[in-house]
Design a protein around this ligand. Sequence first.
Ligand code: FES
Length: 370
Amino acid sequence: MSDLTTRDGASAPDHGHGHGNGDVPADDLARPLYEGPGALPAADIPHRPRRSDFDPKAARRAERQVAGLFLLSMLMVVLFVVAYIAIDPQADIYIPVFGEIGYMNFALGLTFGLGVFCIGAGAIQWAKKLMPDVEVVQERHSLASTPHEDVETAEQYERGKEESGFAQYKVIRRTLIAALALFPIPLVVMLRDLWTPTDSAAGLSPAEQLSTTAWVEGMPIVTDGTYVKIRPEDIPVGGLVSALPEDIEEIQKAEHNLNARGKAAIILVRMEPDEIRAQQGDGWDYQGILAYSKICTHVGCPIALYEHRTHHLLCPCHQSTFDLADAGNVIFGPAARRMPQLPIGVNEEGFLVAKAPFAEPIGPSFWERG
Ligand code: FES
């Protein structure tokens, strides 16, 4: 009898995952079933047959669905190759919500994603509708080794040490240890690339790209979505506006990705000036308007849940909470760093602008921050 049994006690098909009796050592069979903390009684769930179990038409329909999904996946792979060959890598396409994005990247992502999805969906459908549908109980033994296995393992270790000559050939042993100690050095040396400028538009190294954003001195602040320049009087006390640097669309087009937008997103909040208890720099607000990064310093979720009476900013992902009236400091949750503040003022036309770039990297912590 197999150690997999159906609820009525009959042997169940093993499908290659369990052991038949012939594979199980006698010691294992003699062990008692686990009955300690966390042991659960077998659930008593009535078996409900699927339609495809008793209706041949439903079974054939399910078969066609599965095969159709696999065929669709093949079609997507063909379209992927066609897109890769035929589409100009510099061409853009307008997608509602996302705006202008690289046409080739969009087509490759879509076809590859759908191809993988169809294989997964077909496999799930196959398992749900056509593979055997039986409830199975597998008896589990304690995972601890028997004393006999402990002794045997120790003997095998000693035998391996003896036969390899590891203890006998001292020179070989020492040179091997030295070689293994030096082995990680190439991996560390290659980290130098992080500080080597790449061919990207800005010519920044990967490390610099993590530490900088599109904000520079005098950069006008525009609303996210409509790209309209903002005057201080547009933001009421208690209000919050999601904003970006004015040139974000050009950067996006030049770089063919959303990296700059992801790093430069900010929120503007307004409070009475005497409610501001601390800032990250003297006079970094403009008449009670404060600008903070929108990217959570925990693992980078965008945040816009602002409670205007307490001035708390709450991240919806893991509930980190930042006090915007107190220099953006963390008052709750897993974030380890305050929310970076952007110094702002107004230009001669009366629009809000950045007075300087962010003074510290935005977003989640990384090695540069120490
Ligand atoms: S990403 Fe904000 S709390 Fe985790």
